[in-house]
Design a protein around this ligand. Structure first.
Ligand SMILES: Cc1ncc(C[n+]2csc(CCOP(=O)(O)OP(=O)(O)O)c2C)c(N)n1
Length: 590
């Protein structure tokens, strides 16, 4: 504690997972902790359903969460807690620090919700008016909560912020600022606390020291697991693999097979459909994949034949479908932010690789949870479809402009915008293999013709030479066109148009700038040779492209329009002719 908020200390300003032992999630952005907890409790319930056997309850724990007024004011708490009720997460126990104070002061003028009634309406068990300073009362409430057979429990703990401080208790001044020497003195007197700073009295230490009892509980579990392993060796092995987050040994082969199958079929489909085709293979091979969509399943195409919808019966048990399969595609409802932060909780718990879909434009709703996944190094995969003006008639509210560029700015997040079935399959494989980073897959609504390619090995490096100028009969390239996703087709057509004018260009497909940026400088300069002018083509903000030393960007820095996609492509200059002219202009300027 002496190092509180000092550089590289274990006691950061907000607790961070992976830095401080015992911290299970990084919290700080209010409302996401409770939402992570819902994800953790869901993971526990699903794992228990999958792995527990009669007489062997190896997955059997409660999920506890502390939350304050701030968490409950945040909209995301509504998204998450409504789902916790619907999913009957009876082993989720939330303790609400009901002190009536937030940073601006007494919350009464701006927070008048009847919280117990609100949670009862979500289908929660509510234990109201517990004295939060009375450990025995809280303990009794927790014991009661554990008896809840089919509902999560909210324990409303009435507390005073800064209890004991004569002048600061029950005021927002007790929230974050130090009490100061004089008030500390008065508080010590009021509480009768005579010990020196940082001295923990022996009896207090002994009461809080859980090393022995914890070790005993751990030994108990290890014994139970050994018995489980003896009775169910295959399941036990699979459980260990799943909890370690390791892919099955044959995954690399599964991925190669899926990529080659996509390449061989060379289908013309939307990349969202290509994603579903890849998912069909990967969800069959990976029982840990836990899918979902924020009420856009038919648009995001996140479901497959091995991922039926997750459903609970009235008792709260996960039910099997008529084929005997357990549900593992989640209808999150229209709750993008909730979905993203619940997926973080699922990933943190372990045992599952969560993925979920919505339209790319609504990634903004999820954005802070995506950022948290990156900060926490969690493998969470976002399926963002309808990735550009190519969605057409729905218009500017739904057409992503700045989203690809802004997602690429999140450190530690991989962003893929694949051009066809093969690139989409590679993107999925890399996302699944990237154990310690989240991924956003940006996918088209509209069909994309297959981009013929000779080498599949370099796609996973984020960018590769898709078509040398020799493809169109010209020995030497004078320029490079860099394109992503749906615009790779434009680049190939522009290459043909330029060939008619005896101008050779190389087409580089760059499905993942974030992945390409991590490659060696020699690979980068192989793909983007020095001296050749570069033109980037992407239906989105031009900002991010200048770092690749481009001479021009065919992009879009305004909002889109509502019209059929082909009309919009022409209107905004996404034609092969315009790309070719832009390259010619760049060559003339050289
Ligand atoms: C999303 C988000 N918005 C704002 C903040 C800044 N903030 C930190 S604590 C707080 C008030 C929290 O009030 P409450 O939960 O009642 O905590 P208490 O004052 O009782 O400690 C705010 C606004 C934050 N951490 N996260």
């Amino acid at each position: 504690m002496k190092n509180f908020r000092k550089l590289h200390s274990k006691t950061a300003g907000h607790p961070e997972v992976g830095i401080t032992p015992g911290v299970e999630t990084t919290t700080g952005p209010l409302g996401q902790g409770i939402t992570n907890a819902v994800g953790m409790a869901l993971a526990e319930k699903l794992l228990a359903t999958e792995f527990n056997q009669p007489g062997h309850h190896i997955v059997d724990h409660h999920t506890y969460v502390f939350m304050g007024d701030g968490c409950l004011m945040e909209g995301i708490s509504h998204e998450a807690c409504a789902l916790a009720g619907a999913w009957k997460l009876n082993k989720l126990i939330a303790l609400y620090d009901d002190n009536g104070i937030s940073i601006d002061g007494q919350v009464a003028p701006w927070f008048i919700d009847n919280t117990p009634q609100r949670f009862a309406a979500y289908g929660w068990n509510v234990i109201d008016a517990v004295d939060g300073h009375d450990a025995v009362a809280v303990s009794k409430a927790i014991a009661d909560a554990k008896n809840s057979a089919d509902k999560p429990t909210l324990i409303v703990c009435k507390t005073s912020i800064g209890k004991g401080s004569p002048n600061r208790a029950n005021t927002s001044k007790a929230h974050g600022e130090p009490l100061g020497a004089e008030e500390i003195k008065l508080t010590r007197e009021a509480l009768g606390w005579t010990h020196e700073p940082f001295v923990i009295p022996k009896d207090v230490y002994a009461n809080w020291d859980a090393k022995q009892s914890g070790a005993a509980r751990e030994a108990e579990w290890n014994k139970a697991f050994a018995a489980y392993k003896a009775a169910h060796p295959a399941l036990a092995k699979e459980f260990v693999r799943r909890m370690k987050g390791e892919l099955p040994k044959n995954f690399a082969q599964t991925a190669v097979d899926a990529v080659i199958a996509a390449h061989t079929k060379a289908e013309t489909v939307a990349s969202r459909k290509a994603s579903q085709l890849a998912l069909e293979a990967f969800t069959a091979a990976l029982p840990e994949m836990l899918g979902g969509s924020a009420d856009l399943t038919g648009s995001n195409l996140t479901n497959t034949s091995s991922t039926p919808a997750l459903r609970m019966n009235l008792a709260g048990d996960v039910v099997k479908n008529d084929k005997g399969q357990l549900g593992r595609h989640i209808n999150y409802g229209v709750r993008e932010f909730g979905m993203a932060a619940i997926m973080n909780g699922v990933a943190l718990h372990g045992g599952y690789i969560p993925y979920g879909g919505t339209f790319l434009t609504f990634s903004d709703y999820s954005r802070n949870a995506i950022r948290m996944a990156a900060l926490m190094k969690q493998r969470v995969i976002h399926v963002f479809t309808h990735d550009s003006i190519g969605l057409g008639e729905d218009g500017p509210t739904h057409q992503s402009i700045e989203h690809a560029a802004s997602l690429r700015l999140i450190p530690g997040l991989d962003v893929w915008r694949p051009a066809d079935t093969t690139e989409t399959t590679v993107a999925w494989a890399v996302a699944l293999e990237n154990k310690d980073r989240p991924t956003a897959l940006l996918l088209s609504r509209q069909n994309l013709p297959y981009a013929p390619k000779s080498d599949l090995g370099e796609i996973s490096r984020g960018a590769y030479v898709l078509a040398e100028s020799s493809r169109v009969g010209i020995a030497k390239a004078k320029a490079v066109i860099i394109a992503t996703g749906s615009e790779v087709q434009l680049a190939l057509k522009a290459q043909e148009l330029l060939a008619e004018k005896k101008i050779g260009v190389r087409v580089v497909s760059m499905p993942s700038t974030t992945t390409f940026d991590r490659q060696t400088s020699s690979y980068k300069s192989e793909v983007l040779p020095a001296g050749l002018p570069r033109v980037a083509v992407e239906m989105g903000s031009t900002d991010g492209w200048w770092k690749y030393g481009v001479a021009a960007v065919v992009g879009i820095d305004t909002y889109g329009e509502s019209a059929p996609a082909p009309v919009l492509f022409k209107h905004f200059g996404f034609t092969a002719e315009n790309v070719a002219e832009t390259v010619q202009a760049a060559l003339q300027r050289k």
